[in-house]
Design a protein around this ligand. Structure first.
Ligand SMILES: [Zn+2]
Length: 77
C-alpha cells in the first residue's frame, strides 16, 4: 500500500504520523525542528480513502465507454 513520505527527511510514514503544510508532508521530528510548536497547528494528513480510487476508476470507465461510443458512431457512418 502507498505510504506518503516526509518532505524533509524522505522517510515513509503512515498518513496519521504526518502533518501537511502548504501541501507538503512533514513528520513530527522534522516538523517540530522546522516549525517548532507551529507544527502542531498544521492539519494532519488525511488517510487515503478507497472512495478516491473509485472516482478514478469511474472516470477511466467513463472515458473508455465514451471513446467506445465515439468509435461506434464513427464506424456506423
Ligand atoms: Zn521527516
Amino acid at each position: 500500500m502507498f505510504k506518503p513520505s516526509c518532505y524533509s527527511c524522505r522517510k515513509k510514514f503512515e498518513p496519521s504520523a504526518l502533518r501537511v503544510s502548504y501541501s507538503k508532508n512533514y513528520c513530527e521530528s522534522c516538523g517540530v525542528g522546522l516549525f517548532g510548536e507551529d507544527y502542531f497547528s498544521f492539519p494532519p494528513k488525511p488517510a487515503p480513502t478507497t472512495r478516491r480510487n473509485l472516482v478514478v476508476h469511474g472516470a477511466v470507465v467513463l472515458l473508455v465507454g465514451g471513446f467506445f461510443l465515439f468509435w461506434m458512431s464513427v464506424g456506423g457512418l
